[in-house]
Write a protein that binds this ligand. Structure first.
Ligand code: MN
Ligand code: MN
Length: 289
């Protein structure tokens, strides 16, 4: 393993350990996300995207606001997702933990098992449809439903999510090559298996820098572009000006920014996710975490 990749792997594993131990009843969403983000920086890496804490029927993209009052409670099925950047390398990984209960153990174990079965199929020359098939078969065999409109992906240091999709169902058609960096993330539910936007977004990314009329919106574009480029960022990481919400809405409307609202299962089913990432090698998959 090359040196930088080894360092990223070491940091990611340490963050995962920290994150799992910190995900407990009584911890606030804000405290959990910000302490993990601080840990990533303390270990010498940067944030590839905001830490997200998506509970129960929320599958993804829920990152706390600066004034978020929510607290993790008994029975919550919590998905914690991380994106770490080290130089030109990224890692992307997530786990699901049920707090103080075992009602959804099988759902969570199914997402872990689907990930393991997917990992076994990966090597240079494999078609992503084989990965999707391994994931869907594992999930269906356990009596659950894969989330069809969420998928794994290649990792791109400029945009975080690259162009290659790694499906969670049979489908897709792309042959992986040696050196591709990919994340695999089965989402499993007892609900519809289709996620819809739910609530106010706290995560955004820059689509394209463009001339806009409002001066305060122009300032925000400048800040975003210089600090994050095209990588996803949290509303928490921005200067908390009085016009912030107005500027964000203005820039989303003009398609300068993309908004990522929380995604929830359409039938409000419980959702579990396990995510890992690595590099496609000639004979297999070299896991980063
Ligand atoms: Mn992720
Ligand atoms: Mn991912």
């Amino acid at each position: 393993m090359e040196e930088q990749l080894e360092k990223l792997s070491k940091i990611s594993k340490e963050v995962l350990k920290f994150s799992k131990s910190k995900t407990e009843i009584g911890v606030s969403f804000f405290e959990l996300a910000t302490s993990i983000e601080a840990k990533i920086k303390e270990l010498g890496a940067e944030l590839g995207c905001p830490v997200t804490i998506s509970a129960n029927d929320i599958a993804a993209h829920d990152s706390p606001f600066a004034d978020d009052k929510r607290v993790l409670k008994e029975g919550d099925v919590v998905k914690v997702d991380h994106g770490i950047k080290l130089g030109n390398l990224l890692s992307d990984f997530a786990f699901t933990k049920e707090l103080g209960s075992n009602k959804y153990s099988k759902l969570i174990e199914t997402s872990e098992e689907a990930l393991q079965n997917a990992i076994k199929t990966v090597k240079a020359g494999v078609n992503v449809k084989e990965i999707g098939e391994a994931i869907e078969n594992t999930i269906r065999d356990n009596g659950f439903v894969p989330v069809r409109n969420l998928s794994g992906h290649s990792l791109d240091p400029e945009f975080f999510h690259g162009d290659i999709q790694i499906p969670n169902i049979k489908g897709g058609d792309h042959v992986l090559k040696e050196g591709d960096a990919i994340a695999i993330e089965p989402f499993v539910t007892d609900g519809a298996g289709w996620v819809v936007d739910s609530g106010r977004p706290s995560i955004f990314s820059l689509i394209e820098e463009r001339k806009v009329r409002l001066g305060s919106s122009r300032e925000l574009i400048k800040f975003v572009s210089s600090h994050f480029g095209h990588l996803p960022f949290s509303i928490r990481w921005l200067p908390q000006t009085v016009t912030l919400n107005l500027n964000l809405a203005d820039l989303v409307r003009q398609e300068v920014l993309h908004a990522y609202p929380p995604l929830r299962d359409k039938d409000r089913g419980m959702v579990a996710q396990t995510e890992s990432c690595g590099i496609v090698r000639k004979d297999g998959f070299e896991l980063i975490v």
